[in-house]
Design a protein around this ligand. Structure first.
Ligand code: MG
Length: 210
């Protein structure tokens, strides 16, 4: 049987979406979601406008699964006004705050994923407090301060089902190339003894729960 892959249309929606994800990393997310949805829902921490959700959602859908996108949609520390990754289009002037939720919803509509993806507008730890089912995969791509990354790791690593995947975005082994919070939690996960290391794809780290 032929392997199920991303459609050209889905790849185009992802390419057009605002965000910070390499296409090879996206294709890996698709495969991981497709291959682990039988273990439980796929969870994404930090969705922004939905670029990675297109890949994860297509993978979940291919396996008859579900993706849950957790984000407060007020942007991380790097998206705020005056910061490096601020995008004025994602700023709600009336609210005087960032609001990426309308962009996520539009992306999910364009990608025909509204029946596959559940949108959970919340801070990561609050969402985790209510989360009781084993997750087939957790993808952490939230705030990049050490405090935010630690909260995401501590809240969500325990939710990964045995055999399931913990994926972490933005690993930079060389500190000159990027912030160290994501790779620090990746190393914490390895040191815990609960996870085995799978091959990385560019800056995407992938671990499997024992
Ligand atoms: Mg990222």
């Amino acid at each position: 049987m032929a392997e199920i892959t991303m459609s050209a249309r889905a790849l185009e929606v992802a390419a057009q979406c605002k965000g910070f994800l390499d296409v090879d990393e996206g294709r890996r997310l698709f495969e991981l979601a497709r291959d682990h949805s039988h273990l439980g829902p796929i969870v994404e921490i930090g969705s922004y406008c939905g670029k990675s959700a297109v890949y994860l959602g297509n993978g979940a859908r291919a396996a008859g699964g579900t993706l849950v996108c957790v984000d407060h949609h007020r942007g991380n520390e790097e998206n705020q006004r005056g910061e490096l990754y601020h995008d004025p289009e994602v700023y709600d002037a009336d609210a005087e705050r960032l609001d990426s939720l309308p962009f996520l919803r539009e992306t999910l509509r364009k990608a025909d994923l509204e029946d596959t993806v559940l949108v959970f507008v919340a801070r990561s730890a609050r969402a985790a407090d209510l989360w009781k089912v084993p997750a087939g995969m957790v993808f952490i791509d939230g705030g990049h301060t050490q405090a935010a990354a630690d909260i995401d790791y501590e809240s969500w690593a325990p939710k990964v089902a045995p055999g399931g995947i913990l994926a972490i975005h933005d690993l930079f082994p060389n500190p000159a190339e990027g912030g160290q919070a994501p790779i620090n939690i990746y190393r914490r996960a390895l040191a815990s003894g609960d996870f085995d290391e799978l091959p990385t794809t560019k800056t995407l780290g992938v671990l499997r729960r024992r």
